[in-house]
Design a protein around this ligand. Structure first.
Ligand SMILES: [Zn+2]
Length: 126
């Protein structure tokens, strides 16, 4: 038996779609729920990675745990005669940036990041 020609022209996604079509309605619904959850998480992580750096601050290190971004930042206090105005920034201090839907909240943590957080957070490379 010859296999249908269409097999050759299908992209990996199309092939997957063909397989999904064969699933039961229940399995499709489960798959849909899973897909929604994973894409949502992936989007939030992408957004978390793009938290803008405040003016005058210098990022020393970043860690990401789920949708929360932990960032170690050198900070400028704004006083003109301060050492930070000459490039010797204060800190560095840890900040947590968390996205809830479209709203981002930032929380000051301090000089030390909780060990539990540091372990849970995977270094996001680079
Ligand atoms: Zn200063």
């Amino acid at each position: 038996m010859a296999t249908p020609n269409l097999q050759e022209t299908l992209s990996p996604r199309e092939e997957l779609q063909q397989q999904i079509l064969k699933l039961s309605l229940k399995d499709k619904e489960i798959l849909l729920g899973w897909l929604k959850a994973t894409t949502k998480e992936e989007k939030q992580q992408a957004v978390a990675a793009q938290v803008p750096v405040k003016k005058g601050r210098e990022v020393v290190q970043t860690l990401q745990s789920g949708t929360t971004l932990y960032r170690l930042e050198g900070v400028k206090c704004g006083k003109k005669k301060c050492k930070c105005a000459r490039g010797q920034l204060h800190g560095p201090y840890w900040y947590a940036y968390h996205w809830k839907g479209k709203k981002m909240t930032s929380t000051y943590i301090g000089k030390k990041l909780d060990e539990a957080i540091a372990i849970a957070a995977e270094p996001n490379g680079e």
